[in-house]
Design a protein around this ligand. Structure first.
Ligand SMILES: [Mg+2]
Ligand SMILES: [Zn+2]
Length: 187
């Protein structure tokens, strides 16, 4: 059983641009490939877990989500880095596209995507980490029994100023490369 890093996508690995509806709009943070390569070298299973309610809201389709993930994979590969698996939640209860307009178990901080990764990839959640720019990413780590890191990119700097009651991060760092150092030294 391996330790894993459950990575948020928008505002953490790539620039936050609102609803990302075209692969051409993907911009990796400049340190993204270095951070992922460091996880690869440390033999941490590296998994994207992302809420994509734009599908339920009718802004883009799951095909677009897959195209965006292929684009991210290509850009990372050019930097010698590899994400082991991509999981997304296309749902939202306030959406209007059937069958996605539901309240589900997979929207973070729901655990269904992590559970799927645990089964697919042989991950030990207790030894794993979540990294993201929202408190839901930290809450996800709490729920699966691992450690949670908040990054200040994306919405992170705003989120840092208004922590939800009863929830704190194991670390708050400037960006993904700092998160990678923190995680790798503790994995
Ligand atoms: Mg995010
Ligand atoms: Zn879902």
């Amino acid at each position: 059983m391996s330790a894993a890093v459950f990575l948020d996508r928008d505002g953490t690995l790539i620039e936050e641009v609102g609803y990302l509806d075209r692969p051409e709009r993907v911009t990796l943070y400049p340190y993204a490939a270095d951070a992922i390569r460091a996880f690869n070298r440390a033999r941490l299973v590296t998994v994207i877990v992302t809420n994509q309610s734009g599908v339920a809201r009718g802004f883009f389709t799951e095909t677009v989500v897959a195209d965006v993930h292929r684009r991210i994979a290509d850009l990372l590969a050019a930097g010698g880095a590899r994400i082991d698996a991509y999981y997304h939640c296309p749902h939202h209860p306030a959406g209007d596209v059937a069958p996605y307009a539901i309240s589900c178990e997979c929207r973070k901080p729901g655990l269904a995507l992590v559970d799927r990764a645990v089964r697919d990839l042989g991950v030990d959640p207790m030894r794993s980490f979540a990294i993201g720019d929202r408190w839901v990413d930290v809450a996800l780590a709490r729920r699966f029994g691992g450690r949670g890191v908040l990054v200040r990119t994306g919405y992170g700097a705003i989120e840092e100023r208004r922590p939800p009651e009863g929830l704190s991060a194991d670390a708050v760092v400037n960006n993904l490369i700092e998160a990678a150092s923190w995680v790798i030294s503790r994995a």
